[in-house]
Design a binder for this molecule. Structure first.
Ligand SMILES: [Cu+2]
Length: 351
């Protein structure tokens, strides 16, 4: 790959026949069969600062900690990127239309972020799509020890939170820092700072040399920064809206998903009680515009308008909040009708 190749990497809509991106001098096109991310990654040149970095002890990023000023807590995470066999529609049914989902196989080899206990001693669950929630309050420092167990270089790149340039977790051709190109079996420690003015619902995702392919294979997750001392909602939900494309999964159709799953009864079934303060944290992480629509409810937008449907685009993220006052079995869904009917819907149960 041209070391300045970042300028040449196109990024267009992921539709049949369209260019997805350009990696290692090759145009990656959606209609040319399943994309081989690992194979492509072997053609990407290791950037000079990555090759020259001192990886002994495995954590060149940790030096950043020494320069931090006084603040709140340090929130430490151990997260690995791993292969995971993923079932998009485990029930093979769509409870919204009470019908069978008839596109054949629904399992494929995905990528997921996986949380571990301190020092990567034991996994805290399975690798999942989305990855584990990262949370902090304004004033906190977030330290993420990131280990790559995939066969392609990947990273973690956060939105919203403050970070120094070398903590960006982004591939930049010959200017790439070690955190922007974490090779197989290496560990990099990211240090991010929840400075004043960073509160909100955000996301994190891979931004390595193979971007966007590892994201489309599942490498993304939610990040929330709360105001200092802010009480948590009684019930809160983190919902990533995204698609699984056949060029990524090798499956027969495109699945429009919430948190890796498609169709009510497979997507998250959310529960709350009347009287509770409820928050939905929503983000988009594909090439499409979606809407977040919730039946039987409404909320106040930042501009004061009352809404029950909210449009968002790639990497937009937001939170809607209200006090629950309406019991029943409700739908939440994207209101782009094709997305809704190809899986982007789920249940919200209020007792
Ligand atoms: Cu949509």
């Amino acid at each position: 790959m041209d070391p300045d190749g970042i300028d040449r990497r196109g990024f267009l809509a992921l539709t049949g026949g369209a260019l997805i991106c350009t990696i290692a001098g090759q145009e990656v096109v959606a209609d040319e069969g399943k994309i081989d991310v690992e194979g492509l990654s072997t053609q990407v040149k290791v950037p000079p600062k990555v090759a020259a970095a001192d990886w002994r002890g495995g954590e060149p990023g940790i030096r950043r900690l020494a320069s931090l000023g006084p603040g709140g807590q340090t929130r430490e995470y151990w997260i690995a990127a791993e292969p995971v066999e993923w079932n998009i529609v485990p029930t093979h049914r769509d409870q919204m239309t009470a019908q069978k989902v008839k596109y054949g196989k629904t399992k494929f080899a995905a990528y997921g972020y996986r949380a571990y206990s301190a020092g990567f001693k034991a996994p805290l669950g399975e690798a999942s799509v989305p990855g584990p929630l990262i949370e902090a309050e304004v004033g906190d420092t977030v330290v993420v020890h990131f280990r790559n167990k995939l066969k392609a270089p990947v990273t973690m790149h956060p939105h919203g939170i403050f970070y120094a340039n070398e903590m960006d977790g982004a591939y930049k051709g010959k200017w790439t820092d070690p955190g922007g190109f974490v090779q197989t079996n290496r560990t990099f420690t990211y240090v991010w700072e929840a400075q004043e003015g960073t509160e909100g619902t955000w996301l994190y995702h891979d931004h390595g040399p193979m971007d966007p392919l590892p994201i489309f294979k599942g490498l993304f997750g939610p990040l929330v920064i709360r105001a200092r001392g802010e009480a948590r909602p009684d019930s809160e939900f983190f919902l990533g809206f995204h698609t699984w494309d056949p060029s990524i999964t090798g499956l027969k159709t495109t699945y429009y998903c919430v948190n890796g799953k498609a169709y009510a009864g497979n997507t998250p079934t959310l529960e709350a009680h009347v009287g509770q303060r409820v928050a939905f944290h929503v983000y988009g992480v594909d090439n499409f515009f979606h809407t977040f629509h919730l039946h039987g409810h409404r909320w106040k937008e930042p501009d004061g308008r009352i809404a029950d449907n909210k449009t968002f685009g790639p990497a937009d993220s937001f939170r809607v909040e209200f006090t629950e006052d309406n019991p029943g079995r409700w739908f939440y869904h994207c209101h782009v009708f094709q997305h809704l009917h190809q899986g982007m819907n789920g249940w919200y149960l209020v007792s």
